[in-house]
Ligand binder design. Structure first.
Ligand code: AR6
Length: 168
């Protein structure tokens, strides 16, 4: 069974096979964790992202890690929160599922996720945390392809939510 961890810090510092980016449909960068990842990875990441032609909400695309310690970046596009009746839950779950599918396809054995959609996109943090943990447990119950899954929380409140949800 894969180890599922929650930690507080900057995802760009993690030396894992892949880190996940909370991107937008353009895949051409932005603020928040997306901005931090592009700054740390250097201009080669944007160049590679330009070749992808964007990504629909609820899906993900993979690139190299460029100057990051991580070998790959999985760019997942979370939904903007619009009250919860516009398919937001399913779209957010889709980000995690698509990220795991890419991880398996690319032989990624260790991966870190930020709290996708819970910043600029305003998805309620507790609800997003439950979805992230549910999708992760459902993945680890059916696959042993990934050994280590890290929820990288930027602030203490988010970390506390994940710890509670994971029973840590
Ligand atoms: N490491 C880990 N988590 C971080 C970091 C970091 N370095 N920086 C921020 N977070 P957000 P979204 C947390 O806004 O809501 C961008 O402009 C942050 O505290 O980055 O999915 C994109 O281009 C929050 O918990 O992503 C899109 O346009 C979480 O990461 C849009 O924002 C997600 O916050 C996506 O919005």
């Amino acid at each position: 069974m894969a180890a599922i961890e929650a930690t507080q810090g900057d995802i760009t510092a993690l030396a894992l096979d892949a880190i996940v980016n909370a991107a937008n449909e353009s895949l051409l960068g932005g603020g928040g964790v997306d901005g931090a990842i592009h700054r740390a990875a250097g201009p080669g990441l944007l160049e590679e992202c330009r070749t992808l032609g964007g990504c629909p909400t609820g899906e993900a695309r993979i690139t190299g890690g460029h100057r990051l310690k991580a070998r790959h970046v999985i760019h997942a596009v979370g939904p903007v929160w619009r009250g919860g009746a516009r398919g937001e839950d399913a779209l957010l779950a889709g980000c995690y599922r698509a990220s795991f599918a890419l991880a398996v396809a690319h032989g990624i054995r260790s991966i870190a996720f930020p709290a996708i959609s819970t910043g600029v996109y305003r998805f309620p943090r507790d609800r997003a945390c439950r979805i992230a943990v549910t999708e992760t447990r459902s993945f680890t119950a059916r696959s042993t392809a990934v050994d280590r899954i890290v929820f990288c929380c930027f602030d203490a409140e988010t970390l506390a939510l994940y710890r509670q949800e994971l029973g840590l």
